[in-house]
Design a protein around this ligand. Structure first.
Ligand code: PLP
Length: 390
């Protein structure tokens, strides 16, 4: 697993250079504090829990009604998605695995290549993936849909075999590409034609700056073929607080006509038991007018970091992608192994990055650079990166 290898190499590096000030541009974790207006709502909630009037025990497994409504209103306003189709969770990653439990081991699965590793790893755990083939670095039963610059970071659907499930992330981690409306229309059409279910991950939708869709449900016909998972992690700095949601439209049915929302509800009631009430109070505050504004300012901050990093890598003469609709910059090092580039950057600059191959074989020759970080550190990183100039 790339994250373990990265940590090991960072530890070794610190042993080797005890005085080096290591900078991490590797983490996909938020670094700036949660805005006060959001944090104080959680403090108030916790305080109320210590009073007889304010104490609450278990909540609804599907989430607090008010929060479900606020999510439907804020993120799905013109799509017809209602609060009863929104399931509040403890994060998108946990819902990916709970969905896999619902889908079981007998389904075929496609992922973008490169993509967030949890899709493939959860497919492996549930038994969908088959053996790993060392020669091509792929699991035999997983369909890797190549999504590089040559295909505008979108799969060539004319050569993509039918699968039961298609994991699709937009904006994509690691490439930073947000799928266009036309691309998503093609994807929805493809799923309809094949009777496939799209599991759409919109964890970075709030980072989109152009007119790319923020949700798959902006696409007509998506409700019959898609589930959407999303998160407060990168939106409100809740990576440690833990809060997310999944939308399962009522229209989505199995081939025998059974509504999948009923199955998902059963999974949520059995394998989960509702998100923390405290996190949900924070989530609700982040969707208030002041909370949203404050969360937005953090997003703008990270995106300004992304612009600094984009410019820095471009000035090294490298081809760079992403960074405008997502807090990730995707840098091409043609002909080089991404682990070799990782080692070279670490050795020369004491900066941690993420080798693209950690996101699938399609990430080879690329590095993912994270814009999450304090501005001073980002600026210092760009200064150090100049030493990579030939
Ligand atoms: C694409 C994507 N989906 C989901 C997650 C996990 O989100 P959460 O913190 O809500 O579990 C991440 C985290 O980095 C991510 O990059």
């Amino acid at each position: 697993m790339a994250s373990k290898q990265i940590t090991d190499r960072a530890v070794n590096h610190v042993w080797k250079y005890p005085d080096a000030k290591l900078i991490s541009l590797g983490i996909g974790d938020t670094t700036e504090p949660i805005p006060h207006v959001i944090a104080s709502s959680m403090i108030d909630y916790v305080q109320a829990l210590s009073t007889p009037e304010g104490y609450r025990g278990y909540g609804a497994e599907q989430g607090n009604k008010e929060l479900r409504k606020a999510i439907a209103q804020k993120f799905y306003k013109d799509t017809g998605i209602t609060d009863t189709e929104v399931f509040v969770s403890d994060g998108a990653q946990c819902d990916i695995s709970r969905l896999q439990l619902l889908l079981g081991s007998n389904v075929t699965t496609a992922v973008q290549d490169p993509s967030f590793p949890a899709y493939t790893d959860s497919s492996v755990i549930i038994g969908q993936a088959g053996d790993f083939d060392d020669r091509n670095q792929k699991y035999r039963n997983i369909e890797y849909m190549s999504c590089g610059p040559q295909t505008h970071f979108f799969p060539d659907l004319s050569i993509t075999p039918r699968t039961d499930i298609i994991f699709f992330c937009s904006p994509n981690n690691p490439t930073g590409h947000a799928a266009s409306r036309v691309q998503l229309q093609q994807l929805v059409e493809f799923a309809h034609k094949n009777g496939s279910i799209i599991v759409y991950d919109s964890a970075y939708a709030v980072y989109i700056t152009d007119d790319s869709p923020r949700s798959i449900f902006e696409i007509p016909g998506a409700k019959e073929v898609a589930i959407e998972i999303s998160s407060f992690s990168k939106f409100a700095g809740f990576t440690g607080v833990r809060l997310g949601w999944t939308v399962v439209p009522k229209e989505l049915r199995l081939s025998n006509g059974f509504p999948i929302i009923n199955d998902f509800n059963r999974i949520v009631c059995t394998c989960f038991n509702g998100a923390s009430r405290i996190s949900q109070a924070g989530g609700l505050a982040s969707l208030s007018s002041d909370g949203f504004k404050a969360a937005r300012s953090r997003i703008d901050y990270y995106m300004a970091n992304a612009k600094i990093l984009l410019d820095a890598f471009a000035s090294l003469g490298l081809k760079v992608y992403g960074g405008t609709n997502a807090p990730y910059v995707w840098v091409h090092f043609p002909g080089l192994s991404s682990w070799d580039v990782f080692n070279m950057i670490l050795e020369k600059t004491h900066i941690i990055t993420v080798p693209g191959s950690g996101f699938g074989p399609g990430g080879e020759e690329y590095m993912r650079i994270s814009a999450f970080g304090n501005r001073k550190t980002i600026v210092e990183a760009t200064r150090r990166l100049e030493s990579l100039l030939p």
